[in-house]
Write a protein that binds this ligand. Structure first.
Ligand SMILES: C[S@@+](CC[C@H](N)C(=O)[O-])C[C@H]1O[C@@H](n2cnc3c(N)ncnc32)[C@H](O)[C@@H]1O
Length: 218
């Protein structure tokens, strides 16, 4: 048995995925597809984009959630950093792994206050709030200091054009063997070039459609 597949987390996660698929964003519907694509790749207009997306959950897929749990368990993770928390679905999977690893800390990041407030309620409901610290504000600021000395796993799931910058903030904390999971990498080719270039100290493979799983080499 695992924390992920037993109560209260199992039912909570199912309920939240149902809520996530029912969420809509009338504002986003008015933005033409080409403009959305441009905003997804923009390094300067992410506040505007995610302001329009503030009612959408945008969670990792169910399979990616399970993959995160598995990777965090097999890395025996005790310290996890997450870029892009939203309403906390990925966080719940990772926090479950921390619990089953014997405890630890997950530092999340989210700049939308309404998302932070609801995510925190989900962590209480899931019984993992003691493991999770969400830093409210732009991750470029909130993840720039006070990180654990050794980070075991980093999830990149915020503004796509910032993956390289956020990795740059966390990189010196990644222990040898630490895992970096990046979602939606179709939008950030520069990030892929970086983690796939041998001289930068990662072993990196694509997984499923648009996920990159990288390991920090020692
Ligand atoms: C794809 S969603 C995250 C989904 C979440 N990982 C999950 O699986 O439930 C991306 C989130 O990152 C947040 N975000 C984007 N750029 C950010 C930044 N620079 N700092 C903090 N949060 C950011 C957005 O507000 C949005 O809620």
């Amino acid at each position: 048995m695992t924390t992920l597949t037993t109560e209260p987390l199992a039912t909570l996660i199912e309920r939240l995925y149902t809520q996530a698929s029912a969420a809509t964003s009338p504002v986003l519907d008015t933005v033409p597809g080409e403009e959305r694509e441009r905003l997804m790749r923009s390094k300067t207009e992410y506040l505007e984009l995610y302001g329009m997306l503030k009612d959408l959950w945008l969670p990792v897929s169910r399979d990616t959630g399970k993959l995160l749990y598995m990777l965090a368990r097999s890395a025996k993770a005790r310290a996890i950093v997450e870029f892009g928390t939203s309403f906390g679905l990925s966080t719940l999977h990772l926090a479950a792994a921390l619990r089953d690893n014997g405890g630890g800390v997950l530092i999340g990041s989210e700049f939308e206050p309404s998302k932070v407030a609801l995510a925190r309620r989900h962590f209480v409901e899931g019984g993992v709030d003691d493991l999770v610290e969400i830093r409210e504000g732009d991750a470029l600021v909130t993840l720039a200091c006070d990180l654990p000395e050794a980070v075991d796993l980093l999830l990149l799931d915020g503004a796509k054009a910032l993956y390289g910058d956020v990795l740059g903030l966390v990189e010196k904390h990644l222990r040898p063997g630490a895992v970096v999971v990046a979602d939606n990498t179709n939008y950030c080719p520069e990030y892929l070039t970086y983690v796939r270039s041998a001289q930068n100290g990662y072993l990196s493979v694509p997984f499923a459609d648009d996920i990159e799983v990288s390991m920090r080499l020692g």
